[in-house]
Design a protein around this ligand. Structure first.
Ligand code: ADP
Ligand code: 5GP
Length: 190
């Protein structure tokens, strides 16, 4: 069965850290769905690795061509979307697809793929700790940081709709819990 593993959480909860760990330790079983986005690359990010960074007009033409499995305006004026081509390529390699998507995109994928999908909500231990992690990461300018924190409580209200909630407190524990969840899902679900 073709499978999907979805990670959602407020920005700064640790999705990228956890997803990268899983991809490194289980590279024979998992591959990352590289989303398209209209946001600018952060220092160190390259198109085709973290994201396919697109101009708005190119993103819009992909919407018109039905190339997206789902897409959302996650932040004001910034679009993010999952490309069918990514998912099909990974399934063709015999691997499960890993997603780092916002709550709406995550739940849209879960509704569509049901038992084929494991939807994991990664929760920060508290909103204060989330703010601390986001500030330390220092990738956002002030107004973007505020927008991300303002959105965190809204995103947290979706957690009960996920298959499982993992509190990302001690990173090593989170890694272990997520590894077990993924292995269990891949082995025991058809
Ligand atoms: P997201 O992808 O959800 O926005 P990141 O993976 O970029 O989050 O994590 C945000 C910041 O918090 C990064 O600087 C990361 O190194 C740090 N971080 C992630 N998990 C933990 C943890 N369990 N304890 C402390 N810092 C963490
Ligand atoms: P960032 O700008 O920090 O990389 O990501 C911002 C948010 O966009 C995160 O919540 C991330 O999960 C979400 N995101 C990334 N790719 C996609 C996607 O393809 N679809 C949706 N719906 N959200 C995405």
């Amino acid at each position: 069965m073709n499978k999907l593993i979805i990670f959602s959480a407020p920005s700064g909860s640790g999705k990228t850290t956890v997803v990268n760990h899983l991809l490194e330790t289980m590279s024979n079983k998992l591959a990352f769905s590289i989303s398209a986005t209209t946001r600018s690359p952060r220092p160190g990010e390259t198109s085709g690795k973290e994201y396919h960074f697109l101009k708005l007009e190119d993103f819009q033409s992909k919407i018109n061509n039905n190339e997206f499995l789902e897409f959302e305006e996650v932040y004001a004026g910034i679009l993010y979307g999952t490309l069918y081509s990514e998912v099909e390529k990974i399934w063709a390699e015999g691997k499960a697809v890993v997603f780092d998507v916002d709550v709406k995109g995550g739940l849209a994928l879960k509704r569509r793929f049901e038992k084929q999908a494991l939807a994991v909500f990664l929760r920060p231990p508290s909103v204060e700790i989330l703010l601390e992690r986001l500030t330390k990461r220092s990738t956002e300018v002030e107004h973007q940081l505020k927008e991300r924190i303002d959105k965190a409580n809204y995103e947290l209200s979706f957690e009960s709709q996920y298959d499982v909630i993992v509190v990302n407190d001690v990173l090593e524990d989170t890694f272990k819990t997520c590894e077990e969840l993924v292995l269990n899902f891949l082995d025991n679900n058809g």
